[in-house]
Design a binder for this molecule. Sequence first.
Ligand SMILES: Cc1cc2nc3c(=O)[nH]c(=O)nc-3n(C[C@H](O)[C@H](O)[C@H](O)COP(=O)(O)OP(=O)(O)OC[C@H]3O[C@@H](n4cnc5c(N)ncnc54)[C@H](O)[C@@H]3O)c2cc1C
Length: 807
Amino acid sequence: MSDKSLPTHAKVVIVGGGVVGCSILFHLAKFGWKDVVLLERDELTSGSSWHAAGQIHTISSDPNISRLQSYTIDLYKEIEELSGHSVGLHITGGFYLASTPEWYDYLKRELSKARYMGLDQEFISPAEVAERHPLIDPKHYLAALWDDQDGDLDPSGATYAFAKAARVHGAQYFTHTPVVETNQRADGTWDVTTPSGTIHAEMIVNCGGLWAREVGAMAGLRVPVQPMEHHYLITEEIPEVAARETRLPAGIDYEANIYFRQERTGMLLGTYEPVSTPWKVDGTPMDFGHELLNPDLDRIADRLEKSFERIPAIGEAGIKNIINGPFTFGPDGNPMIGPVPGIRNYWCAVGVMAGFCQGGGVGLTMAEWMIDGEPSIDVWAMDVARFGDWASPDWGTIKSAENYERRFVMTFPNETLPKGRKQKTTALYDRLIAKGARMGQGFGLEHALWFGDGPDDAHEEPTFERNRSHDYVASEVAAVRNGVGGIEIANFAKHEFKGAGARAYLDKMLAGNIPRAGRIILTPMLTPKGKLYGDLTVACLGADHFMLFGSGAMQEAHRRWFERHLPDDVQYRNVSDDWHGIAISGPKSRELLQRITRDDVSNTAFKFRDIRETYVGDVPVILSRISFSGELGYEIYCKPQYLIRLSEAVEDAGADLGYRWYGARALLSMRLEKSWGVWTMDYRPDFTPAESGLDIFIDWDTDFIGKDAALAERKTGPLRKLVCMVIDCDGIDVSGDEAVIKNGAAIGYISSGGYAHHVQQSVAMGYVPSIEAVAGNKVQVEILGAFYDAVIQGPPLYDANGANMRS
Ligand SMILES: Cc1cc2nc3c(=O)[nH]c(=O)nc-3n(C[C@H](O)[C@H](O)[C@H](O)COP(=O)(O)OP(=O)(O)OC[C@H]3O[C@@H](n4cnc5c(N)ncnc54)[C@H](O)[C@@H]3O)c2cc1C
């Protein structure tokens, strides 16, 4: 505890002294914010942090989280030296064991990622596994991915080291100081009340861990996280371990669903139960602290049996200790961090389920975000804004439990997870299902991925290779390219701006030239550092009235960004749920549209990139002439209550034109043929407009956020560029994050790709050094461990000059 008394004012108050709160405190102070205070209800590490297994590794499904995990591990030496507090670090190296061909494939994908990220990983044979870890029976394995950086630490020591190192940098922490109220003042600052006094804080950070829900509720915030019970056990002494001079490596066996490491002269082994036990669904008691939960070995008996086969010495040793402790999961297993949309100056870092792998990276990111206004790398996979109010407490519990159970279960690129479905649907849901739609979920909303021949046919096997949807998607693409098809567009985000200052505001926010009434433009939106923060379609519906269309997933993040800069003379609303609709595309789409509107929609009367409010299919709509398929096409937005009427009109009018519904996979395939990127994959805050090619939409004559940085890059030229590649492969396509190889070295990575059905080629988008971004340049792409030849393309593979779109 600090010997000082509680201050009355602080720039930042962090609530919660687990590893996450202490890491944020450390990073803020290290980067120069000394007026920061952490308040802990009890002693530090009074939540899940003290009883963690302490295993640390770099592997994660998201490459940027992997980078941050690598950063976290490297940081432990620094905080130990600075604080003088031991973190009990053992960097033993560790392996990820593949016992089935599927897990081997999975690990080949991981290695490919590691190659371009510069992480030091390699495959070793089962014999080498046994050499490095003689307790493991190698006959169960095909190979193992080895990572030098893995190991373990003392969780309590690491948390204290963060806190004490923060104090060395000038920050303060107070233990036995529970926060009982957080009240916002009219100016957006906060009064943080404790029994020892109230601190007036400019910003507040919820690091409540097991109590994240309770701390959030004090500010009216519901975070969809859920503590889950979790078991690990520690064996009695194992003679072979006791006799060793060096420490055994750590490991994960995915198929057996176990993680393990050396603990003193025995072993520690943990598993994620196949049927999870959410803990305290209605809320974490305030008086819970350093207790553990009753262990229930029956829940993990199957897993233990398997682990005894694979590491027989564990089965032979007695069990010294069984730990059952709760820790908090988020709905997709990743942390939820950053400024909370809709609540000024309120930040959170909750749902951090691997706090000792990720805590350092979370602290770094939060400090950059708070001090610099933006993190240095894209942290979308951890951004609290990837969930909206649809992520209800019950949904959070259901999905967090699903993620807990799937922690070591493979999720294939084409897989859609089953729990928490139908959280949001449109009026067309049942009708599309009846037509054979296979649904996916994005930002809580169901949308069609592809259509089978009726409901019983809408299934596919999870796989890394092409799946049975392939031929169905091909026929959807053919319908659009040759006739007319329609796709629901409820899942596009829509943002509405009104007011005298709207045009000037958008001019500042967006890099493109804001259109005149009745017209549409495409534009990037940049951060002050010149990174992409959106690729948006901007429409002017009338004087002082604008509609922006963008990524559905980003809608809350964009709302947060728009509101942060909003002046008094602009009214803004995220109206994504107020506008559903249908996009029709294909050479016959005009003919279809003309049959259901009285407007003249000929090419001269309704031009490419025109927009108007009118009636289509007898319902009021916003009608625009634009299409992500690369064909002549129209987006027809209507209020949700008109969607069935509109869809019937479209279907009836299109019947003799061969109208066909299509799904997201066909759309993604068609946009590849146009070399168009997609937000969250090809376009992200990791990249700049010049790198992504979105600089062609910049109006350099206007002043906009990020212009100075974009201009500076324009002078020097980008270091890397987004390119389209055609890959010489059969039966398999990229699914993202594969390495691009030249002369045996990783020079870049794949941001998205798949099969381009109309041109019948396997296509990928990816970033390579500018010097390599030359049409005709030959590279290789690593897919599941095999190196396929690829050629960088010049103009788009389909309709290179856009004649079809403009026809
Ligand atoms: C059995 C088990 C094994 C694990 N193994 C590993 C592992 O091997 N590797 C790994 O990386 N992770 C592991 N974890 C997960 C890890 O423990 C968590 O990710 C981590 O502890 C989360 O830290 P936190 O700071 O977010 O939350 P917590 O540790 O829960 O900390 C929250 C803190 O906030 C305080 N607080 C709450 N409300 C208030 C209030 N109103 N006012 C003031 N203070 C308040 C609490 O007292 C507590 O100290 C394991 C967890 C368990 C349970």
